[in-house]
Design a protein around this ligand. Structure first.
Ligand SMILES: Cc1ncc(COP(=O)(O)O)c(C=O)c1O
Length: 400
């Protein structure tokens, strides 16, 4: 019998982290590598947020806090939900965790029993299915293809629901596709869910603020108040506030669920970092103007990357509404070979050959559950994106 837990055999390490590691390794060995694998903004945390953390340290906010978050941060989150989403959550309906990742993980661990099904539209964020598997549940993956703008259709959602369905995990704007749902598109999904009272919604709103072209973000409990009692609204400061390393995420939801998540957290990590919580208060309550400035840069980069990809032979790329990813199809390259005779039979072959021959690191679509695609993160310097676009075009032109 193996010493390791059986549950671990059900999951694999994060593919996106693996790509970043591989790119770092090649760089350390002296290769000229452009890494478009990482899912984090290249902007630094704004100074007012850093200063709030320094003040917190100097004021002695260096002790354990309440397991589910400081009263100050919970108050800031309550205000944020009200101000930005029109959602009324009391402090006891809010939990703070060590990143949105822990909040999502705890929610699944606190609710999933063996045999419970969780609907996950693909392409999905890499961690959802593995978290469900770790919790002992069954991921039910439903394709949301490029033809439908990478959005789950109401009919496909309806068809995937069974009496064992416990959650729909919803993510808009999406990692990895950048696709976001308009209010009408989201309402159509909510209408399906209204007919199935056993299904709860875990909405991952991590990219709420990173949207372009006047796109209006909405979240399920706001669009359909009838779902409020069975929605967990998850968010965090990692992306919009450039705070990936600070590890603060949070959620609002029904008291009973929030309490269960806090119980789990009390026996695992306890409170998130006290200093990071102080910084997150400033992020949520302080000036928000840098978000629009960052988005203007991201939008320029998105347009550049989409245009360069669509000029590459065999690549087809939609223009996403948000986040900082594109999810092009490489279907036109499948079946071809590189000048060295390496055959491209899958998106994994495509990204491996691209990294080997041109030093561009991207993540293969299989990791996100929809093939043949790959994900590019354009949260990197514009010059690097231009160079990467040229290398991808050259690589594709060389396939035959
Ligand atoms: C869709 C999505 N959800 C959740 C997370 C987790 O973010 P964090 O744990 O940094 O708050 C990420 C990070 O990449 C993400 O892309």
């Amino acid at each position: 019998m193996s010493f390791l837990a059986e549950s671990l055999s059900r999951i694999k390490p994060s593919a996106t982290i693996a790509v970043s590691d591989k790119a770092r390794e090649l760089k350390a060995a002296g290769r000229d590598v452009i890494s478009l694998g990482a899912g984090e903004p290249d902007f630094d945390t704004p100074d007012n947020i850093k200063e709030a953390a320094i003040r917190a340290i100097q004021a002695g906010a260096t002790k354990y806090t309440n397991v589910d978050g400081t009263p100050d941060l919970k108050a800031a989150i309550v205000d944020k939900f009200e101000r930005e989403n029109g959602l009324g959550y009391a402090p006891e309906q809010v939990i703070v965790g060590t990143g949105g990742k822990q909040v999502l993980y705890n929610a699944l661990m606190a609710t999933i029993n063996p045999g419970d099904e969780v609907i996950i539209p693909a392409p999905y964020w890499v961690s959802y299915p593995d978290m469900v598997l770790l919790a002992g549940g069954t991921p039910v993956v439903v394709s949301a293809t490029a033809e439908n703008g990478f959005r789950l259709s109401a009919a496909d959602l309806e068809a995937a629901i069974t009496p064992r369905t416990k959650w729909l995990i919803f993510n808009s704007p999406s990692n990895p596709s950048g696709a976001a749902y308009s209010r009408e598109q989201l309402k159509a999904l909510c209408d399906v869910l209204l007919r199935h009272p056993q299904v709860w919604v875990m909405t991952d709103d991590m990219y709420e603020h990173i949207v372009y072209d006047d796109f209006a973000f909405t979240t399920p409990a706001q669009v359909e108040p009838g779902l409020y009692e069975r929605t967990l609204t998850v968010n965090g400061v990692s992306k919009a506030y450039c705070m990936t390393g600070w590890r603060i995420g949070y959620a609002g939801g029904p008291v009973q669920l929030i309490k269960a998540m806090a119980k789990l957290q009390s026996q695992s990590t306890s409170n998130p970092s006290s200093v990071s919580q102080a910084a997150a208060v400033e992020a949520l309550n302080g000036p928000q103007d840098f978000i629009a400035r960052h988005n203007a840069v991201f939008k320029e980069r998105r347009d550049l990357v989409v245009s360069m990809l669509n000029q590459a032979s065999g690549i087809d790329c939609l223009t996403p509404e948000g986040a900082f990813y594109v999810y092009p199809s490489c279907a036109g390259c499948i079946g071809k070979s590189t000048p060295d005779g390496v055959r491209i039979d899958s998106d994994l072959d495509f990204v491996t050959a691209l990294l080997e021959s041109e030093g561009v690191a991207v993540v293969h679509g299989e990791a996100f559950g929809l093939t043949p695609h790959f994900r590019i993160s354009y949260a990197t310097a514009t010059e690097a994106l231009e160079e990467a676009g040229q290398r991808i075009q050259r690589f594709c032109a060389g396939l035959s």
